[in-house]
Ligand binder design. Structure first.
Ligand code: PLP
Length: 436
């Protein structure tokens, strides 16, 4: 057995222990913020005060928007945004098929219908495809900045305004990402972010919505922030004020302990985005040593990715066995972080979107109205890997993670080169045969 015998073939894994990017970090000051919140005794915050108000103020300031609303999940933030723009039964919303299903799933609760749209080769929303799907019922468009790479927002904004549609941005992968120098989440009627554990700003569970529209903010509050908050925040002269005490049926308040943990992270977001650019380029260099592997979501052309993950495409014509072999080989070497994003199976392949159902209406029209070859190609040929952001005091740990990735990519590249050399000299079976 040579030093380059892959762990997949019975060799010794190059990483001594299974490695995945550790996130979120448990930095002492973030944990201390949680302790202080506990000590304050405020485990429910009924109105816009305390850490909830501090988080919302920081979020609004960071996005130059007047209104932010913290929720208990990204799904709740999206639901509140859709409710905020007034969607209801019969309305259609253009929605990417290449996204996590929560981007669209709450539309069913409103009786609105997501109409699925294909993506561009880098995963971004494809307005050319969307144009063919506009009907007289289309009221809005939601886009996701997949893996952190902003969509082409000039194009998306002009498409939305050409068709008179409200634009919602799902920024759950894209905290701090910018398009032409402007943060995502600020281009349309509202932005929504998940603050779930894996996300760049991590509360454990949580979400946040931001908007410059007072009407959207008020309606969003009515959905899940009844009584004290809505009564204090809403205009007493406004037509919706009589509903403030009860709201409109849900409770979406966030847990203050999660928000206390996330709040100190917000001030560091810009630094993290810078660090992520360096690490993403380094990870791309490492994987590009393997023929047939190409980074798909690197920042470019004024689109600065938040690199929630870096997506790579594997060409099976160059690397026999393709994506699945490469992921299995790297996993066997101990690189557990590298995986196939199964939760983001294109929405048109999921039952909910093939047979849409709603508690408030019935549908006689489908979500799936086209073919989605680009999303299917990405789903079949890509893998993702986490990109470090080097929070203060964790720079060494983050460097060690990238070193570990380098050990694995070196070994795989070395193995493939060895196989090619053997094949050339002894006319062995083609590279990769036997592992397909
Ligand atoms: C793109 C996208 N949108 C929405 C969500 C929903 O966020 P949450 O899990 O906080 O409800 C997620 C969560 O992973 C996501 O990745």
């Amino acid at each position: 057995m040579s030093a380059t015998t892959l762990a997949l073939d019975g060799g010794i894994p190059v990483l001594g222990q299974p490695t995945a990017y550790p996130w979120p970090k448990l930095r002492p000051d973030w944990c201390e913020a949680v302790n202080q919140q506990l000590a304050s005794g405020r485990l429910s915050i009924y109105d816009r005060s305390g850490v909830v108000a501090e988080f919302e103020d920081a979020w609004s300031e960071g996005h130059s928007l007047p209104y932010s609303l913290v929720t208990n999940s990204g799904t709740a933030a999206l639901h509140s945004a859709f409710y905020g723009i007034g969607l209801g039964p019969g309305d259609e919303v253009l929605c990417p098929t290449y996204t996590f299903f929560a981007t669209a799933a709450s539309l069913f609760q409103l009786g609105a219908l997501p109409v699925l749209v294909d993506c561009r080769p880098d995963g971004a929303f494809d307005t050319n495809h969307a144009a063919a799907l506009v009907t007289e019922r289309t009221k809005a468009i939601v886009v996701t900045h997949m893996w952190g790479l902003p969509c082409e927002m000039d194009d998306v904004v002009s498409f939305a305004s050409r068709h008179g549609l409200d634009l919602i941005e799902d920024c759950s992968h894209a905290h701090g990402a910018t398009y032409a120098g402007r943060r995502v989440g600020t281009f349309g009627a509202a932005g929504a972010w998940s603050l779930q554990t894996q996300k760049l700003i991590a509360a454990g569970e949580g979400g946040v919505l931001a908007t410059d529209r007072r009407d959207v903010y008020d309606r969003a509050q009515l959905l899940g922030h009844f009584n004290k908050r809505a009564m204090k925040e809403m205009d007493p002269e406004g037509p919706l004020y009589p509903y403030a005490v009860t709201g409109h049926g849900l409770k979406y308040r966030a847990h203050p302990l999660g928000i206390a943990f996330a709040l100190p992270q917000v001030a560091e977001l810009t630094d993290w985005i810078d660090a992520k650019q360096r690490y993403a380029r380094r990870l791309a260099e490492l994987f590009h040593r393997i023929d047939g592997v190409t980074a798909v979501t690197l920042s470019r052309d004024g689109r600065v990715s938040a690199h929630y993950a870096l997506l790579f495409e594997v060409d099976p014509k160059v690397l026999p066995g393709g994506r699945d072999w490469l992921v299995a080989a790297c996993n066997a070497e101990g690189l557990e972080d590298m995986d196939v994003p199964k939760a983001t199976s294109p929405l048109h392949t999921l039952h909910l979107f093939q047979a849409p159902t709603s508690p408030v209406t019935s549908y006689d029209r489908p979500c799936v109205r086209a073919a989605y070859p680009v999303a299917e190609h990405l789903a079949a040929h890509t893998f993702k890997i986490s990109v470090p952001c080097a929070p203060r005091a964790f720079e060494d740990e983050d460097d060690r993670y990238v070193e570990a990735v380098g050990k694995v990519t070196d070994k795989i590249a070395g193995y493939l080169a060895e196989r090619r050399a053997q094949q050339a000299s002894a006319r062995l079976a083609p590279v990769g045969r036997g592992v397909e």
